[in-house]
Design a protein around this ligand. Structure first.
Ligand code: TYD
Ligand code: MG
Length: 459
């Protein structure tokens, strides 16, 4: 009989300590340590287990076999894009996101579509009753789909149920924080429980070949275990993001063992569930404010897909000693860099101004190619000069104030031309990458000074 082992476990990152302390050394969070009984989290001593030999494979003998495990399309192109082409057999996905963002809606739709296509798909809810899940499916127009539903929180019961009959192709667990296993003593929701439950479910997925999706709530107060402890155990982590006030939802891969991590899936939350947005540029530009200075359209690339998005800047004289710099959707140190280059090389005085910067539609941009569009929006706001409404901008700015070329110039231009833009402002050195017919007129700039002078001339 194992002795009960008490330990202090950080509810945010899962680090364990012998003594209580105010701050977790693992993740730096305060007041996240809680006493947990971790008996049973450790397995039996080796001497008790029967010793079995592991099997070794050579890579070349496996080559043919990977083709036996094709990907299973979810029936939603935007979801497949993010997973890298569908669910891989036996793989485990963690879908994280704020409460109410639409995780249950997305996964109800995915399981229903799979079930309709004739696959065994199981949706297990630990948060809602079966009737509630059915109500949602009804609202989504999917009530006729032969999805198998269960309202269950005991991992042992779930695994027993799933092991009956044909192997399910997809199992959704909504959410991992509500699951508990009787192999550990801690209360449901604690890190030890979440980790042990996830382990048991993952073991089932790997053994049976069913694709498993775990839903995880991201909580800010650290009361319920964040899904971060599970992140290391799964094959892919997808994050479902969006701003409460807006209808756009963006699915992004944070980690993916079987696909890219730079693709995004774009959805729109409607009264009838999530609608896939196959042309995000149209959506992001749909509410453009054409008449005002301080906005510039950036021709960006997300994964393999060009995405046009509006960048908005507001530059206003400050009343504070240290001016404010507020950024949404872009890297704040990147903004500081662009401001410093404008100030040092172009004589644009911004140190007496507050700067607010926003990427429209809730998109988050990581590309340095956004520098030029950001600079254009900033200068436009400062000088109160409206930018041409039919222009897109892209290019990276170097610390010396030069505008440098970026990848995929022609894809960006093609998307802009498709959406009816008439001209593009881009790096001088990108000219070589462009074929004879770009489809729109090109304003090339070699340095940031040229751009600033052009905008000032319009004011
Ligand atoms: P839900 O999927 O329950 O979120 P999560 O599982 O991430 O907590 O979605 C909750 C929100 O979505 C809720 O505020 C209502 C809204 N919603 C719609 O707007 N349309 C719909 O068809 C559905 C099902 C939900
Ligand atoms: Mg939910």
């Amino acid at each position: 009989m194992a002795k009960s082992a008490l330990s202090f476990v950080c509810q945010n990152c899962g680090a364990a300590y012998n003594r209580w302390q105010g701050k977790c050394d693992g993740c730096g969070e305060w007041n996240t340590l809680a006493e947990e009984d971790i008996t049973g989290a450790t397995t039996m001593p080796v001497s008790v287990r029967s010793r079995r030999k592991g099997r070794l494979f050579t890579l070349e003998t496996l080559t043919g076999k990977t083709q036996d495990a094709p990907r299973l399309s979810s029936g939603m192109a935007e979801l497949d894009r993010v997973t890298g082409g569908g669910f891989v057999r036996g793989s485990v996905l963690l879908v994280g996101g704020d409460p109410g963002i639409g995780k249950s809606t997305l996964l109800t739709q995915a399981t229903s579509l799979l079930a309709r296509a004739g696959h065994r798909a199981v949706y297990i809810s630990g948060e809602e009753a079966v009737a509630q899940v059915r109500l949602r499916a009804e609202r989504l127009g999917l009530a006729d789909a032969p999805v198998q539903l269960a309202a269950e929180t005991s991992v042992e019961d779930i695994v027993a149920t799933l092991s009956e009959g044909t192997v399910p192709r997809l199992v959704v667990i909504d959410s991992i924080q509500t699951m508990w296993t009787d192999t550990v003593e801690s209360a449901p929701g604690t890190v030890t429980q979440v980790r042990a439950s996830a382990q048991a479910l993952i073991r089932f997925a790997k053994k049976s070949g069913a694709a498993l999706i775990l839903v995880g709530h991201v909580t800010k107060d650290g009361q319920i275990a964040g899904p971060r402890v599970v992140e290391h155990m799964v094959d892919a982590v997808l994050s479902f993001e969006g701003e409460g006030s807006q209808q756009f939802r963006i699915l992004r891969a944070v980690k993916n063992r079987f696909g890219p991590t730079d693709e995004i899936g774009v959805f729109e939350m409607t009264g009838l569930g999530l609608r896939e947005v196959s042309n995000p540029s149209e959506l992001f530009l749909s509410e453009r404010d054409l008449g005002s200075p301080g906005t510039a359209v950036f021709a960006g690339i997300e994964g393999t897909r060009p995405v046009l998005v509006e960048l908005q800047a507001l530059v206003a004289p400050t009343s504070l000693g240290t001016p404010r710099r507020a950024v949404v959707g872009w890297d704040s140190s990147r903004l500081s860099m662009v401001l410093a280059v404008l100030e040092a090389h172009c004589g644009v005085k911004l140190s007496g101004h507050d700067v607010y910067f926003n990427v429209a539609g809730g998109l988050r941009i990581n590309e340095p190619a956004a520098d030029l569009a950001a600079a254009a929006a900033l200068v436009s706001s400062l000088t109160n000069a409206q930018l041409p409404t039919d222009a897109v901008y892209f290019g990276e700015i170097s610390l010396s104030g030069a505008v440098r070329p970026v990848a995929q110039t022609s894809a960006r231009l093609k998307e802009a031309a498709k959406l009816g833009f008439g001209r593009a402002v881009l790096p001088e050195s990108a000219r070589g990458d462009i074929g004879s017919d770009a489809g729109l007129s090109l304003d090339t700039v070699a340095g940031l000074t040229t751009l600033v002078a052009d905008i000032a001339a319009r004011g």
